[in-house]
Structures are given as structure tokens and as C-alpha cells.
Design a protein. Structure first.
Length: 175
């Protein structure tokens, strides 16, 4: 099964989609434009896009938010790559739910609850795994929307759920 990486440049998804057919094969750009990348030094690369040649320098990597600051042709770009699962979670809006501290988690699409990783009354941290949902033949780890206490679990392991169905509700630790 091929895997994809999706690029975000300066906070917006750009036309960067990389794909590889096996876990050990090289990442290749998707599309008709021929891209060739050669490492020239520890942080320096030569990139040939079609017939255009660019020098790329990785200035700084930020493992906390998974971005890299790159100097490309004299301009600075903040680049982030997401795997296909992270892109799917963002496309489904689960990342936004976590940012605003939504007090509940609803099924982003129809699926099967494979595992419930929390119990009512349990304290969870932001982004801590709370539930595993199988959808579209993929296991999707649903994460806590913020630092909170699990108020209620509204589903059971092995249950088929519909899009928008309430799965978990939370309350802040102080309420």
C-alpha cells in the first residue's frame, strides 16, 4: 500500500504531495513534474524541479511542532509535512476541535469503535489517545481535545457509529 506525505508551506497546504510504494522506498513527488533532490551537505540540498534548479538550506528544525525553516532561492519558508493519517484528521476537523477545547468528541465519519482507552473520571492531557476508530480501512486514534476529565463514554467497544455520533464528553479539571 502506498503512503503519502502532504506538505504545508507557511501554514497553507501547498502543491506538495509525496508518495512511496513501500516503507523502504524513497519518497517521490506525485504529479507530472519531474523532481530530483540531491544532498550536498548536512543541511543543504540541490533541488531540480523540471528544468529549474534551486538551492535549499534547512535553517532550523522545530521538533515540537514538526516544522522546518528553509531558505529556498533567497526566500524563507516554514515547511511541515504530514502523513496521510494526520492529513485525514485535519481534513475531518479533529485538529480544530482540539485547538478550541471542545468538551465532546463526535465520530468524524462512520466507523467501528475498536478500543476505548479512557474511563469516566479519568484525567487526560491534550492530545492523549482516548479512542480508536476504524474508518475507511484505517485505524484512527482519536485524541483528547485538551487537558480535561472524561465526563462520560457514550459508546462501547465493537460498536458501529455514524458520522456525528457523540463518543466522549469531557469537563475541565476545575469544573
Amino acid at each position: 500500500m502506498s503512503r503519502k506525505l502532504f506538505g504545508k508551506v507557511n501554514g497553507s497546504f501547498g502543491p506538495i504531495v509525496l508518495e512511496r510504494s513501500t516503507p523502504s522506498s524513497a519518497w517521490e513527488p506525485v504529479g507530472s513534474v519531474k523532481v530530483d533532490i540531491a544532498r550536498e551537505g548536512a543541511e543543504t540540498y540541490s533541488v531540480l524541479i523540471g528544468e529549474r534548479s534551486l538551492s535549499v538550506v534547512v535553517v532550523k528544525e522545530d521538533p515540537e511542532d514538526g516544522t522546518s525553516l528553509m531558505l529556498v532561492g533567497g526566500r524563507t519558508y516554514r515547511v511541515a509535512l504530514q502523513d496521510d493519517r494526520a492529513e485525514l484528521i485535519e481534513r475531518m476537523g479533529l485538529d480544530k476541535a482540539a485547538q478550541v477545547g471542545v468538551p465532546e468528541v463526535k465520530a468524524p465519519m462512520p466507523g467501528l469503535v475498536l478500543n476505548i482507552l479512557v474511563d469516566p473520571g479519568q484525567v487526560v492531557k491534550k492530545n492523549e489517545p482516548v479512542l480508536v476508530l476504524e474508518a475507511m480501512k484505517m485505524e484512527n486514534v482519536i485524541r483528547a481535545p485538551g487537558d480535561a476529565v472524561v465526563q462520560a463514554v457514550h459508546t462501547d467497544k465493537g460498536t458501529a457509529v455514524e458520522k456525528g455520533q457523540l463518543l466522549l464528553s469531557f469537563r475541565t479539571k476545575t469544573s
